[in-house]
Design a protein around this ligand. Structure first.
Ligand code: HEC
Ligand code: HEC
Length: 303
């Protein structure tokens, strides 16, 4: 599809050190970027509607910010390439682009925040510091269509398992500060509801405590259980909603699908806002693997 060619441009720009093909000329990129802008605008409207359905505040302008940045990056990439071509034409040698993992991952940080540490604003999830096994599973899930997001599905399409391991390892090893805690704005009963689910669960409805799998500090657990604190509330609501509607799948048995289906929309709203507002001290790592069996069997996330 035409707009995704623009992602191709950015990706090739990020991988320029691999000696891949030259980028598209600037004129074409400008036209593609305009088309991409229109498409992304429509997608953002759809996502805001989904968030509203589950009671989250629709923050379209926040969601749009990284997308606008992506647009600008595409234009910048094309402009730089045009300049490089002009330099080559004039007999000058363009400056080489450093080929490091950090350089290649520039295409990701446009959406996932500087060094992959997106904040709780908007929709894009932080990926820095999550367990390597979890990140690898997600990259594979996007590639195989077990998770639906057009940008991510497209970006992962041609990547090998080896490269996905390298990407997952790179982001997992980053140790970067988390945003400070903030007020969650929940009424006292909503706050009680959220805390009860996180620390005790709801045994009468066979909902185990979130901490029994996501770790006592909710910072994740090795090898493949993610931390949930500081993620955007809209993103958390989106993921739980995606499990309920069959848009997101993990390896069977898919324990999170069971948990998500047992939660009410009110519980999802409360727990997402509570989790999002917490923080973690710098240097917090995911917990070591479980020594006891998990409360529900999980195809992903078990040692
Ligand atoms: C155009 C924006 C965009 C770009 C560029 C992008 N991502 Fe994403 N990424 C997203 C969105 C949106 C999601 C959440 C999708 C969903 O709702 O399931 C996501 C989800 C993810 C997740 C799952 C996070 C989690 O906690 O489950 C990983 C891992 C990830 N991206 C890695 C990457 C990597 C690596 C790159 C670069 C090669 C990249 N992304 C580039 C938008 C982007
Ligand atoms: C039985 C174990 C288990 C329990 C209990 C559990 N989770 Fe999970 N959760 C998982 C696993 C495993 C994953 C990773 C799934 C995957 O690989 O896609 C996950 C992933 C998630 C994600 C996606 C995170 C992201 O970055 O995309 C959210 C949100 C989530 N859980 C919320 C919760 C909440 C809220 C609770 C408590 C009400 C809870 N979980 C309880 C096992 C569990």
């Amino acid at each position: 599809m035409v707009p995704w060619s623009c992602f191709g441009i950015c990706r090739r720009f990020a991988a320029a050190g691999e000696g891949e093909q030259a980028l598209a000329p600037a004129g074409t990129a400008v036209a593609l970027a305009a088309l991409l802008g229109l498409t992304l605008r429509r997608r953002c409207r759809a996502r805001s509607a989904h968030a509203r359905h589950f009671g989250a505040a629709a923050r379209r302008s926040e969601t749009m910010k990284p997308l606008v940045r992506l647009l600008l990056a595409c234009l910048l990439g094309a402009g730089l390439q045009a300049a490089a071509q002009a330099a080559a034409g004039a007999g000058m040698t363009p400056a080489p682009v450093e080929d490091t993992m950090a350089q290649r991952m520039q295409a990701c940080v446009i959406c996932h925040g500087r060094q992959g540490r997106a904040t709780r604003d908007g929709y894009f999830p932080r990926i820095a510091g999550k367990p390597e096994g979890y990140l690898f599973n997600q990259l594979q899930n996007f590639r195989e269509g077990r998770r639906q997001n057009r940008a991510m599905n497209h970006l992962m399409r041609h990547m090998s398992d080896d490269y996905l391991h390298a990407i997952a390892g790179y982001f997992a090893a980053l140790d970067l500060p988390y945003p400070p805690a903030q007020a969650h704005g929940l009424a006292a009963d909503q706050q009680r509801l959220a805390r009860k689910l996180v620390f005790d669960g709801a045994p009468d409805r066979r909902i185990p405590a979130c901490v029994s799998c996501h770790g006592a500090a909710m910072a994740g657990r090795l090898p493949a259980m993610p931390g949930l604190l500081t993620l955007p509330a809209d993103y958390l609501i989106g993921q739980l909603g995606a499990w309920r509607t069959g848009q997101r799948h993990a390896a069977a048995p898919d324990c999170m699908a069971e948990v998500a289906k047992r939660l009410t929309p009110e519980e999802i709203g409360a727990v997402a806002r509570w989790l999002s507002a917490q923080t973690l001290p710098l240097g917090t790592k995911p917990e070591a693997g479980a020594t006891r069996p998990l409360p529900i069997r999980c195809g992903s996330g078990e040692p």
